[in-house]
Design a protein around this ligand. Structure first.
Ligand code: GAP
Length: 513
């Protein structure tokens, strides 16, 4: 755990040091859980967004894009259920005055029991050596079974209490388990209360006529309210999808873990409209397709897992999360939800407008069902960035920090470095930058010794360094160095474009899906 915390701290400081992510309004001591993307971060974020957009919109002829406004008519949020049900149960500690999510306190308690199971497994693994069968051990060892039973019973009670809004029982559970304030150890808790996560704002010039609005807590509703407009004007036939990327806002009670849980963040969502009754097969389809998209980036298959929901949101008949192994453990990265006809029916009811699809083959109208894929762009950024951050021991007993970003996502694809700042080398290097920049984002760097420049580009995730030296004046060739292998090769300047393209081209990455 200490190691993981350590790594996470390094990831956060690397993100700042290399111009990826800054605390918002830092000169005023920052704003909690709000972040700015700096010169490199904005490129990485854009490349992730593009990689998603290409896979979802460009590669599927039945999915189209949308960019709906952040402000929406207030009834939208009544219809969607967010006004009444978009709540988190919060609890305050009277001594520390700190606020927590009551359900998270209980879940963290269960994680501690899970850690005890892991400890037992490790001990047994050591004792039995190669003959150790983990699955058999977990299903038969009385101590492990006892721990598991305890976790199941706690989570089942928590689920039931939340479902029935029995907040007094959530508090009783916290007291019975003797859960303490993680910061101070105090058990002096207030009652549990519901807290709506939407931010409010006002539209209009005068206080009397101003209309209360909410900043959207998800991009999805912009898609639902435009469903019929897009279907009609695009002459779309079921099944078809509408995809959108954009900002969403949630007044999270406990916003921590850097850009994992933010108050202002970006989502990449797709609503896939289908014939009722086919949701089972489409749920499976989108689970597979989205997992393939993740795996195509090569962050390690062992770092992903599905987590099927037992407790479903008010709108869903099936749901799963794609979880990723962040530096602080496996956590939700993307949600795939079978949302039935809940949203379209609710908007129909609240707006009085028909939101149905006329099926020519069946000669009848009906409300489509919806399959949703929803991923946080910032969370994806954190997954990519933290997974790519490596401190490597080299053969000569030195270490190097390298950001092994998937080349397709790297902010800069290459850096061009004149060996020295004279003898006409900078001019050739700048000419190479001018040629390559038509196709790729390319950096020019002439400061410091070339070894230091290599390290700087490694730490920045640049897949290639191109060095112009005195031989270049004679042979029109340069040295190209690969970030991950550190291998260097002499190549003709005219071949650079093809060499880089082979590694960074979206096509070859998406073909791995
Ligand atoms: N339209 C469905 C929806 O919004 P969600 O599970 O609440 O579902 C979807 O959110 C995704 O948005 C999550 O899987 C996560 O990646 C991202 N997300 C949600 N809340 C977030 C937050 N406070 N900060 C950063 N990302 C968040």
């Amino acid at each position: 755990m200490a190691n993981q915390d350590d790594k996470f701290k390094k990831v956060i400081s690397h993100a700042k040091e290399y111009g990826y992510v800054f605390q918002s309004s830092e000169i005023y001591d920052g704003l909690s859980a709000v972040y700015d993307y700096a010169q490199n971060g904005v490129e990485l974020k854009k490349n992730i967004r593009d990689y998603w957009w290409r896979a979802m919109v460009q590669m599927n002829d039945n999915i189209v894009g949308l960019d709906a406004a952040i402000f929406m008519h207030p009834t939208t949020w009544k219809a969607s259920g967010h006004v009444d049900a978009f709540n988190d149960p919060l609890i305050d500690n009277k001594d520390s005055k700190k606020r927590y999510r009551a359900d998270v306190l209980v879940e963290d308690y269960c994680l501690k029991i899970e850690a005890k199971i892991e400890k037992e497994v490790k001990k047994a693994q050591k004792r039995f050596g190669e003959t150790f069968d983990k699955a058999e051990f977990i299903s038969t060892n009385p101590r492990v079974l006892g721990y598991q039973e305890k976790i199941d019973s706690i989570l089942s009670r928590l689920g039931k209490s939340l479902e029935s809004e029995d907040l007094a029982d959530v508090k009783s559970l916290i007291e019975e388990l003797q859960i303490v304030d993680p910061l101070t150890g105090s058990k002096n808790w207030t009652d549990v209360k519901q807290f709506n996560l939407m931010f409010g704002t006002k539209l209009g010039a005068s206080a009397e006529s101003a209309m209360d609005l909410h900043l959207r807590p998800e991009t999805a509703q912009g898609i639902f309210v435009n469903f019929l407009n897009v279907q009609k004007t695009g002459r779309m036939k079921l099944p078809f999808g509408i995809a959108q990327t954009g900002k969403a806002f949630r007044n999270e009670i406990v916003a921590r873990q850097f850009i994992f849980r933010m108050r202002e963040f970006e989502q990449m969502e797709m609503q896939f409209f289908i014939k009722p009754g086919t949701q089972g097969e489409w749920f499976k389809h989108w689970k597979d397709a989205r997992m393939k998209w993740h795996l195509s980036l090569g962050l390690g298959n062992e770092n992903y897992r599905f987590h099927d929901h037992e407790k479903l949101a008010h709108y869903a008949d099936a749901a799963t999360d794609i979880e990723f192994r962040f530096p602080f453990g496996f956590k939700e990265l993307e949600g795939i939800h079978s949302r039935t006809d809940f949203d379209l029916k609710a908007h129909e009811e609240h707006s009085g407008k028909k939101l149905q699809y006329f099926d020519h083959a069946e000669n009848k109208s009906y409300t489509p069902y919806v399959l949703e894929t929803s991923i946080g762009l910032d969370r994806m950024f954190l997954a990519v960035f933290s997974n790519s951050f490596v401190e490597e021991e080299l053969e000569n007993n030195t270490t190097r920090t390298v950001l092994r970003l998937p080349a397709v996502l790297a902010p800069f694809k290459a850096a061009v470095l004149p060996l020295v700042k004279k003898d006409g080398l900078p001019e050739i290097a700048k000419q190479i930058v001018d040629d390559l920049k038509w196709d790729f984002n390319v950096a020019y760097d002439e400061k410091d010794a070339v070894g230091r420049r290599y390290r700087r580009q490694d730490a920045n995730g640049t897949p290639f360094c191109i060095t112009v030296d005195h031989d270049t004046l004679e042979d029109n060739a340069v040295t190209i160095r690969h970030r991950d292998t550190m291998e260097q090769k002499r190549v003709k300047i005219e071949d650079l474009r093809e060499i880089i393209k082979k590694e960074v081209d979206v096509r070859s990455w998406l073909m791995k899906m």
